[in-house]
Structure formats: structure tokens, C-alpha cells
Design a protein around this ligand. Structure first.
Ligand code: ZN
Length: 166
């Protein structure tokens, strides 16, 4: 669990960084499987953001604070981002970003199938009070199939609720 309330240190990172996106190896493997399944259905899945270091996250957060304070709820402070674990990915079709991403073929496919590959939609709609983050239709967290299979297909359950943490 990594969130604004449960932060990790600057030195924390993926145990075995794998591939161009430096993801945790199990996450990279599950993502490759999911991407191939989407492709077989004619749907393109592109990684927009994978692993991000504490330093990168700090730079991104500080820049957002200066340039777009109105959108700051989309940004995690350093140590509060799942991207630092290598277990989280931002996915899209390479063209349509932010909220409209949910209505693309890629968004619809991922929202329907991600939990079949060990991923959950980490920041569901109307759950900002629980997650501390506004709805992000693009951000998926790898939790492993034995857990993701227990999440509801409407993507309304949060990891906080699942684990019984606040
Ligand atoms: Zn993300």
C-alpha cells in the first residue's frame, strides 16, 4: 500500500526492474500478457508512464504545484506515488488522455478486463475521499490475480477498502 497516508522512502523501488518502463518483473509479465490479449481483440494498449523515481516524482509534483495548482489532486507528493514501486502503470491508446480516455476502446477494454490479469483500477470514480486521489481511468495497479479477481467488475472497490486500511 502506497498513498498520501502511507508513504515510502526515497530509496524504495522495484526489486527487479524490467524492460523499458522499469516495472517490477511480475508486473511487466502480467502487463505483456494483458497487452497481447487486448491486441487479439483489436485494442491498442500503450504505457504512458511506468516506474518513476522519488526524484522524478518530486520534480513533477513541484512543477504541478507551480503551473497547475487547480489539478494538484492528480499528483502525488514524492513518496506517495505507486509509480515508485514499479507496480503501477498509466495506460492509454497513444492518442486520447485524461478523463476522455475512459470512453476509448482501450479504456473500455481495460476497465472490463484488467482484473483478469492481476490489475485493478486504483482510483475509481467517486472514491476520492477514500483514496485521496481524483478519478484516474488510466492508472492501474498490479496486485496479482488472486487479489484482483476479488475486485468487483464495475471497478468501484478501492484497495483501501479491500485491505481495510484508511
Ligand atoms: Zn499513474
Amino acid at each position: 500500500m502506497v498513498s498520501k497516508k502511507h508513504r515510502i522512502s526515497a530509496s524504495y523501488g522495484p526489486a527487479k526492474p524490467t524492460g523499458a518502463n522499469q516495472l517490477d518483473s511480475a508486473t511487466a509479465k502480467a502487463l505483456a500478457k494483458m497487452t497481447a490479449a487486448a491486441k487479439a481483440d483489436g485494442v491498442v494498449v500503450v504505457v504512458k508512464s511506468g516506474y518513476r523515481s522519488w526524484t522524478t516524482q518530486k520534480a513533477t509534483y513541484d512543477r504541478a504545484l507551480r503551473t497547475q495548482p487547480q489539478n494538484i489532486s492528480y499528483y502525488a507528493p514524492p513518496g506517495a506515488s505507486e509509480h515508485q514501486t514499479g507496480l503501477a502503470v498509466d495506460l492509454w491508446d497513444g492518442r486520447v488522455w485524461y478523463r476522455p480516455m475512459e470512453n476509448t476502446a482501450t479504456g473500455k477494454w481495460l476497465h472490463k478486463h484488467a482484473h483478469e490479469y492481476g490489475f485493478i483500477l486504483r482510483f475509481p470514480k467517486n472514491k476520492q475521499k477514500i483514496t485521496g486521489v481524483a478519478y484516474e481511468p488510466w492508472h492501474f495497479r498490479y496486485v496479482g490475480l488472486e487479489h484482483s479477481a476479488k475486485f468487483d467488475k464495475a471497478n468501484s472497490l478501492t484497495l483501501e477498502e479491500y485491505l481495510g486500511l484508511d
